[in-house]
Design a protein around this ligand. Structure first.
Ligand code: NAD
Length: 315
């Protein structure tokens, strides 16, 4: 589509592989990408290795298909004249459905049913007694840490099903985004965690948010809480999460991202029951995502040529 939208005087190089790994700024660029970058004014890709950026002396605009830009914010990008735009907002609807599916899995005790099926046990009482694990969404207080593109789509879905939804954002004074009943700053997190039945992590990974759910806070969660992380693995202390799951203090974990990806072969998360696991694909929705990304790229491409402000500018 970009090739089709290319006016006279522009050339488009399609590079088959920029690096071997997805969005990792430290990766070595491919020979093919290093060959074409010195002439490039515009770069569109999933992340960009720093070495490739440094070889692109004529670059004026970098569009990444990722929402997170931590690996792109090296000093030369921050301080240079090149504009950086991301795909914030495009992943929201898909990831919100993913979180909802994971949480409903535990609310309906599908994990327990699966265990019974494996053991060939037929036990209705495990679902029907007052102490049963089954719950409904409108009983829940959901805390979404990060009330941006992902967080607000997550909040809208839970609140539509009757949950009370609180959010945490960097600047709580900016008002209440749709779907939230209340919004707070990060400094209030300690008071909020013990009240939440579900805690969803949906912030970028920064120095402020690294390990935002650390071992101390993990211990302070409401007993039986469900934890979901769809943003970045290092937002939580994985060892402390494993401890909480093993001890039964945490009801379940919905995890799409991990401190180390691919997940280490010896991680207990491979084996633990009460974990719903996906390999960093919660944002994947093959047809709809690519349509949304293509629309964004083509709109920004037209804006760039017209000298208009770009959408999703990282500033
Ligand atoms: P966004 O920029 O729209 O929203 C981020 C939210 O986090 C904002 O509400 C912001 O105020 C809040 N926040 C940032 N720093 C904070 C702090 N120090 N304290 C409190 N709140 C803070 O971003 P988004 O599109 O919602 O994406 C969030 C993150 O999710 C991305 O940075 C990316 O790392 C991750 N992500 C993961 C996937 C995936 O495939 N699993 C896909 C998209 C995004």
């Amino acid at each position: 589509a970009i090739t089709d939208a290319t006016p006279a005087g522009w050339r488009v190089h399609i590079v088959s592989a920029v690096t071997d790994s997805f969005g990792d700024g430290a990766q070595a660029p491919s020979e093919e990408s290093l060959r074409v970058i010195p002439d490039a004014e515009v770069y569109v890709g999933f992340g960009m290795p720093r070495a490739l950026f440094l070889a692109g002396a004529k670059l004026r605009w970098v569009q990444t298909g990722t929402a997170g830009v931590a690996t792109l914010l090296f000093d030369e990008m921050r301080n240079g004249a090149c504009q950086l735009t991301n795909a914030a907002g495009l992943y929201g609807p898909t990831i919100a459905e993913h979180v909802l599916a994971g949480v409903l899995h535990f609310l309906r005790a599908f994990d327990l049913a699966e265990e019974m099926r494996r053991e060939k046990v037929w036990d209705q009482s495990a679902f029907a007694t007052p102490r049963a694990l089954v719950r409904e969404v409108d009983e829940l207080h959901v805390l979404v840490v990060g009330a941006g593109g992902l967080g607000s789509e997550i909040a809208r879905r839970f609140s539509a099903l009757g949950a009370r939804v609180s959010g945490v954002r960097r600047r709580p004074g900016l008002g209440l985004p749709p779907g939230f009943d209340a919004i707070h700053g990060l400094s209030e997190l300690d008071g909020l965690l013990p009240l939440a039945d579900v805690v969803v992590l949906a912030t970028p990974l920064t120095e402020e948010t690294r390990s935002v759910l650390d071992a101390r806070r993990m211990k302070g969660l409401k007993p039986g809480a469900i934890v979901a992380n769809v943003a970045r693995g290092a937002l939580l202390d994985e060892a402390a999460l494993v401890d909480g799951l093993v001890a039964g203090r945490i009801r379940g974990a919905v995890l799409d991202v991990f401190a180390k990806e691919p997940l280490a072969a010896d991680s207990p998360l491979w084996q633990l029951p009460r974990v719903v696991w996906t390999p960093h694909v919660s944002g994947v929705s093959p047809r709809r995502f690519w349509d949304r990304l293509q629309d964004l790229i083509l709109d920004n491409w037209a804006r760039y040529r017209a000298g208009d402000p770009l959408r999703n500018l990282v500033d």
